[in-house]
Design a protein around this ligand. Structure first.
Ligand SMILES: Cc1cc2nc3c(=O)[nH]c(=O)nc-3n(C[C@H](O)[C@H](O)[C@H](O)COP(=O)(O)OP(=O)(O)OC[C@H]3O[C@@H](n4cnc5c(N)ncnc54)[C@H](O)[C@@H]3O)c2cc1C
Length: 381
């Protein structure tokens, strides 16, 4: 039984679906319970050429469209959202270097992603979450390059990352820097708030930069352009984040449907009650719609069309639908839905956490509204 047809090339998505069934789903509960980074799975996805699939071939990638990456992210997240977010921080950090980095930085770093480089994208600080227009992490230019000092908070994949993309403020504004983990002055630590109830791929770390010296070309793109770069990078990754939410929703739907067809009550099966069927009918309709919006956002990105609105709409819709479907799945499965030994709590926790991480629902609505207002026809005099 599979309710969800491929919305992009099956030659790309079918291997990911098979990989998820064989390798990811069996590992998912343990990853979540122990809150650890899926080191082995991320090496295996690199071997499948999925970690760098959208990078140009000259940097070791496949030159694949975002739509294909979305197909892979969705299928893998059916198995585990923890694997999904491990891959998304890899994607974010490579995308910003691909789009804006100097050629010397690209040549030095980008080919390492295909070999399994693990990476994080560090925007947030203790005092700056949604609003990163000014930052407490500072960068100053020297004759040799740059010196960075400060502390980033809540960094996903940071427990295992070999490489960090860091936002820091210079005298002309927020800027973006590439920082290898082995650089002197870099440390990570976990605060008592480091563990989240969802999207658990190892505790989020605080990244401390203590007079970290990096070369000139570690500045990604133009000094002061960090916010613009983040907006573009996040629009790319929000479409893949939406894919992760779709994967969570599908796993919850399928698990609950399976349970409802087997569970007996009142002389029949749970699925025979119209009240239960309507849950699934509504969830299927909303999930179908969220999938279409998300694949459309990927197509907008690939075609170079306006994508701020569509990628934000994709993450908003897919994230909300995932939380709703995961809640429905708990309800339909009754006591089984609430059991620690069942995966439904994990689906629910992962889905809800993704309505905050990587652009909260409110920030997504702001972005959509801004795009609408910007494109309104001007009044004639
Ligand atoms: C699981 C998880 C993983 C994360 N991973 C990373 C990571 O890898 N790297 C990283 O840099 N950060 C990461 N973060 C941090 C994340 O980006 C921030 O949590 C997010 O930007 C929101 O910031 P905040 O939590 O400080 O909320 P705040 O900015 O304090 O906002 C609190 C509430 O107010 C709302 N709000 C804020 N501004 C507005 C506005 N203008 N209009 C309407 N509502 C508004 C928010 O949506 C939210 O509901 C992660 C967070 C989570 C939960």
């Amino acid at each position: 039984m599979n309710f969800w047809r491929y919305l992009t090339d099956p030659a790309v998505t079918q291997p990911a679906r098979e990989f998820a069934t064989t390798h990811v789903t069996p590992a998912a509960d343990q990853l979540d319970a122990e809150d650890v980074y899926p080191v082995d799975l991320v090496s295996m996805t690199a071997a499948q050429s999925w970690n760098a699939m959208t990078l140009p071939t000259r940097y070791g990638g496949e030159g694949a469209p975002i739509e294909h990456a979305l197909g892979v992210f969705e299928e893998l997240a059916v198995g585990s959202a923890s694997l999904g977010i491990s891959l998304i921080t890899i994607f974010q950090s490579q995308k910003i270097i691909e789009l804006y980095g100097q050629e010397s930085l690209k040549e030095r770093v980008l080919p390492r992603y295909a070999e399994g480089l693990r990476a994080s994208y560090a925007l947030t600080e203790g005092a700056h979450g949604s609003d990163i227009r000014s930052l407490d992490t500072k960068a100053n230019r020297t004759d040799q390059g740059w010196i960075l000092s400060g502390e980033k908070a809540f960094i996903t994949s940071g427990s295992a990352a070999d490489f960090f993309v860091v936002l820091a403020e210079t005298p002309v504004g927020v800027s973006t820097f590439a920082v290898p983990r082995e650089t002197e002055g870099i440390t990570t630590h976990q605060t008592r708030d480091a563990e989240t109830f969802g999207l658990r791929n190892g505790p989020h770390v605080n990244l401390v930069l203590n007079d970290v010296e990096i070369p000139h070309d570690a500045l990604i793109g133009v000094e002061g352009n960090g916010l613009k770069q983040a907006l573009v990078t996040l629009s790319n990754s929000r479409t893949l984040a939406a894919g992760i939410s779709l994967g969570i929703a599908r796993a919850a739907f399928d698990g609950a449907f399976d349970y409802a067809t087997g569970r007996g009550a009142f002389g029949g099966k749970i699925i025979d009650f119209q009240g239960i069927q309507w849950y699934f009918a509504e969830a299927a309709a909303e999930l179908d719609a969220a999938r279409l919006v998300t694949y459309q956002a990927a197509q907008d990105l690939d075609a170079g069309r306006e994508y701020q609105r569509s990628s934000s709409a994709a993450k908003l819709m897919a994230g909300s639908v995932a939380t709703k479907v995961a809640g429905m799945a708990v309800q339909v499965c009754g006591a089984r839905g609430t059991m620690e030994s069942a995966p439904f709590g994990r689906y629910f926790r992962d889905a809800k956490a993704y309505e905050v991480a990587g652009g909260s629902n409110e920030i997504l609505k702001n972005t959509i509204a801004k795009a609408l207002v910007k494109s309104r026809p001007l009044e004639e005099d």
